[in-house]
Write a protein of this length. Structure first.
Length: 87
C-alpha cells in the first residue's frame, strides 16, 4: 500500500501519516481539557473548548486539503501525473 501511494502520487505515505499524527495531538489535548471542565461542572468553559476544538479541526482540515492540492499541482506540473482530461 505504501508503495502504491508513493508511486502514484509521489507522496510518501509515512510522511502523510506523520503529519496527521502531528496535528491530532491538539485535538486530543482540547478534548481532555473539555472532559476535565465537564467533570468540574464548568459547563461554560467546556462549551468554549468545544467551539475551539471545532475551529482547530476545521483549520487542520483546511491546511491538509491545501497541502494535498499543492502537492497534486506540483506533481502534475512536473509531469508525474497523467492528465485528468480525456483527449
Amino acid at each position: 500500500m505504501k508503495q502504491e501511494v508513493q508511486g502514484s502520487t509521489g507522496i510518501n505515505a509515512d510522511a502523510v501519516l506523520s503529519k496527521l499524527s502531528a496535528d491530532q495531538w491538539m485535538i486530543d489535548v482540547l478534548a481532555d481539557l473539555q472532559e476535565a471542565a465537564r467533570e468540574r461542572e464548568l459547563y461554560a468553559s467546556a462549551e468554549r473548548l468545544a467551539q475551539v476544538s471545532r475551529v482547530v479541526q476545521d483549520e487542520i482540515t483546511r491546511k491538509r486539503i491545501d497541502r494535498m492540492r499543492s502537492a497534486f499541482q506540483t506533481s502534475y506540473e512536473q509531469g508525474k501525473m497523467p492528465s485528468l482530461r480525456k483527449h
